[in-house]
Ligand binder design. Structure first.
Ligand code: HGY
Ligand code: MN
Ligand code: MN
Ligand code: MN
Length: 421
């Protein structure tokens, strides 16, 4: 280890913007949509192709690829002391159904580029270094999200996770076995779940407007707000659209609209810190001339304070006790992920690396959840954010400037070097 060759500026200089841009373009072709976005739902063919592409990058990096029973893909680089637990970076390759090119993918590719830069700068880590791509972070196909990291961190069991079904009734177990069969065919060795980690750093797009507004290329994340997902079911009576007077109706759509509005009103707060979203809304039997007898809709509820989240859940329970437009309502709590704060000891290391690179990296809290929310209970964990245009995300037009992605990658690489020395 020539100290000069391996200082933060030398490591940052070894980050290759064109290589990062090429990887982003290549990965964006896997599951490319006509509108410029990507569709790589967890464990579908495109997601599996993206994983296999990542595995193919291992040999050029001199890393060993492996996959665990949750389909989490790892690229491992040895350190001078193999007894030490690895310093790990990574994110996810699955996307929303109409997702952008950067959500998750940039964290995996920045991690890959950071490891390449460390090798190119002649840095030899004491701790092994690993890159990971977590399975089903988004939760768009199999709910809830962050399955791969949650099972890895013993937050959920593999057995219960394999039973989750998508909207077509396909279990995650079946989808996993299909994906793992492709991994086996590509001779990707298996690894055990929940291996020790010395530290985990995830780079991700901010998915909000703060960094762009502040003109910052990278930010250090202090923590992640909590999130609760619910499913509301409204049950009425199907009947003829033409012959049934309103007074005799138990119209599930009318009931659903009324209770959804009441819940949204209850979630309104003066500081605009509650995030309330109804993203899915299904009406059955779904016929133009039949009064709906059943409506289900999703709720995604978030807030930085766990106590406020819990209080809102209690209010939602009260509201859904009543009948709405004569229809019965049930509120099913699907998942809750508690908020986390990242340790100062780790973010201080990142601040020091930023200082050595002359980077000013503001602090911010993440409105989106990430795999790091579980890793925070497994090992010292931190996140870096890079700005995305107008804060737009979960949208085909999601965009991050290459310059910002490069600065984020440079800070990631320098931080990984500090932690693995
Ligand atoms: O929904 C989220 O917060 C994450 O981007 N999947
Ligand atoms: Mn993401
Ligand atoms: Mn996302
Ligand atoms: Mn994430």
């Amino acid at each position: 280890n020539d100290p000069a060759a391996c200082d933060s500026p030398a490591i940052a200089a070894a980050v290759n913007p064109q290589r990062l841009a090429n990887d982003l373009a290549t990965l964006a072709m896997i599951g490319a949509r006509e509108d410029g976005g990507v569709a790589r739902l967890a464990l579908d063919d495109n997601d599996t192709r993206a994983r296999l592409w990542l595995v193919e990058q291992a040999s050029e990096l001199g890393a060993q690829a492996s996959v665990d029973a949750m389909g989490n893909v790892f690229l491992d680089l040895p350190g001078s002391d193999p007894e030490l637990a690895p310093v790990v970076t990574g994110s996810h390759l699955d996307s929303q159904p109409a997702g952008g090119k950067y959500d998750g993918a940039l964290g995996v590719l920045a991690g890959l580029e950071a490891l390449r830069a460390l090798k190119a700068a002649g840095f030899t880590p004491r701790h092994p270094l690993s890159l990971v791509s977590w399975t089903n972070e988004e939760g768009a196909r199999f709910s809830p999200g962050t399955s791969g990291s949650a099972v890895f961190c013993h937050v959920r069991s593999l057995e219960e996770t394999r039973l989750i079904q998508d909207s077509e009734g396909v279990t995650m177990g079946h989808a996993l076995d299909t994906c793992l069969a492709e991994m086996d065919a590509a001779n990707v060795p298996r690894r055990s779940l929940a291996t020790p980690m010395y530290a985990f750093i995830e780079l991700h797009i901010e998915q909000g407007p703060i960094l762009e507004r502040e003109g910052a290329s990278v930010g250090v994340v202090e923590g992640i707000q909590g999130v609760s997902w619910f499913e509301v079911t409204v049950t009425g009576t199907a009947n003829h659209a033409g012959t049934t007077p309103r007074a005799h109706r138990r119209d599930a759509f009318e009931g659903a609209c009324a209770v959804a509005t009441a819940l949204r009103e209850a979630a309104r707060d003066s500081e605009d810190r509650v995030r309330f979203t109804i993203g899915k809304f299904d009406v059955s039997p779904g016929s133009v001339n039949t009064i709906p007898d059943r409506v289900t809709f999703s709720i995604d509820l978030r807030h930085p304070e766990a106590a406020t989240l819990k209080a809102l859940e209690a209010t939602f329970n009260d509201i859904t006790q009543h009948t709405w437009a004569g229809c019965r309502v049930t509120l099913a709590a699907l998942s809750r992920i508690e908020p986390v704060a990242f340790p100062d000891a780790l973010t201080a290391q990142i601040d020091a690396a930023a200082g050595e690179l002359g980077i000013t990296a503001p602090r911010l809290v993440s409105g989106a959840f990430h795999d790091a929310i579980h890793l925070a209970n497994h090992c010292p964990t931190a996140m870096l954010f890079v700005p995305c245009h107008h804060g737009l995300s979960h949208h085909p037009d999601e965009h991050t400037e290459l310059d910002d992605a490069v600065v984020g990658t440079q800070l990631l690489a320098a931080s990984l070097a500090r932690l693995s020395r």
